[in-house]
Design a protein around this ligand. Structure first.
Ligand code: ADP
Length: 354
């Protein structure tokens, strides 16, 4: 009883938020200057004066500043706990039957993995999410029984690789549509998990598998999308109702543009595939934000996989990760422009004097 009341109230609140703001959120996070930038006295070009109102300025030189607005802005001083506090209502909505997608976008080295995975001492969104799912599921155990399972995969060069598979797949992994309209990958391992330690083990296994077959793990991970899918099955013990929902947590490939002279052969193919999938993601979210009649999910493996959790009444959260350094200004502007487009709000060419 208590749960259904709470659920109804929550749903009403969500609908209200959706009507007024849509269900796409964009949070911008800036990493600190790294050791090298600090030692070479690299200048910080990000202005956080308006951060508490979601405003951010990029000093583009000649005393000019380009302004951006997001749902949240985190300066290097904001920690994992601050970030997760804002993401957590969205995470919990998975237990109420909503599909959710959270992803980190940005140039390599701006903290995508730090935000999503974090470090063992300073855990990120992935770990905190699952921890919270178990916690809330425990609080509700008298009224709802939850079953949670996890898949870990990577998309590299438009190919899906199962990071939990113990043997090579007998055939190429493809996305299929089920009779209920949802999408899945037949043959992908779904690990049933009952507590956070089991999840941790699964994540470690995924992360180890990612390293296999690549001679430079960091390079490889910057060129592939790492995707964690959490499936939640809920059974209401009062009325027997069952629901299924899915949460995607995605650490995207680096968004940097490679200099034309740098790329040939394999690298060129990789770069084209990354470009294609990140543009496809931007196009899908933009089409959703602007309520377009056609949503081009099929243009990349990434968007096709995420289809159930992008659009409809599902919720999307994008972290746009940026560097504070003057050396990265063009990539920073490119990421912020991408994120602005995704948010469906195009700001005019604001050029304010500093
Ligand atoms: P990406 O995944 O975008 O390539 P990483 O997550 O690997 O970037 O981050 C690059 C480096 O910067 C890592 O050493 C990471 O620990 C550090 N870093 C990133 N963001 C933060 C932050 N907000 N606070 C402290 N260190 C950070």
């Amino acid at each position: 009883h208590k749960y259904s009341e709470e659920h109804a109230k929550r749903k009403e609140l969500y609908n209200h938020i959706q009507e007024t703001k849509g269900n796409i959120r964009v949070f911008c996070r800036c990493r600190p200057l790294n050791k090298e930038e600090t030692s070479t006295k690299s200048a910080t070009i990000i202005d956080f004066d308006g951060a508490k109102d979601g405003e951010l300025g990029v000093i583009t030189g000649n005393n000019s500043k380009k302004s951006f607005k997001f749902d949240r802005v985190y300066s290097p001083r904001d920690g994992q706990v601050d970030v997760f506090a804002d993401a957590s209502p969205m995470v919990v909505s998975v237990l109420d039957g909503y599909n959710v997608c959270i992803f980190a976008y940005g140039q390599t080295g701006t903290g995508k993995t730090f935000t999503m995975e974090g470090t063992p001492q300073n855990r990120g969104v992935n770990y905190r999410t699952v921890e919270q799912l178990f916690e809330v599921a425990r609080e509700r155990k008298e009224t709802i029984s939850y079953n949670i399972s996890v898949s870990v995969l990577e998309v590299y060069n438009e190919q899906i690789r199962d990071l939990l598979a113990t043997s090579p797949p007998s055939k190429k992994l493809e996305i299929k549509q089920s009779s209920d309209g949802s999408h899945h990958v037949p043959g992908l391992v779904e690990a049933n998990v009952e507590n956070i330690n089991e999840v941790w083990n699964v994540l470690q296994a995924g992360s180890n598998a990612r390293a296999v077959g690549s001679n430079n793990v960091n390079e490889h991970s910057s060129r592939s999308h790492c995707m964690l899918s959490i499936m939640v099955k809920a059974k209401n013990l009062m009325n027997g109702d069952c629901t299924k929902s899915k949460l995607w947590l995605v650490d995207l490939a680096g968004s940097e543009r490679l200099a034309k002279t740098d790329v040939q052969g394999e690298r060129l193919k990789e770069a084209q595939n990354i470009n294609r999938s990140l543009s496809a993601l931007g196009d899908v979210i933009y089409a959703l934000a602007t309520k377009s009649s056609h949503i081009p999910y099929r243009n990349s493996k990434l968007t096709h996989l995420l289809q159930d959790s992008l659009g409809g009444d599902s919720k999307t959260l994008m972290f746009v990760q940026i560097s504070p350094s003057e050396h990265d200004v063009s990539e920073t502007l490119s990421s912020l422009n991408f994120a602005t487009r995704v948010r469906g709000v195009e700001l005019g060419p604001a050029r304010k004097q500093v």
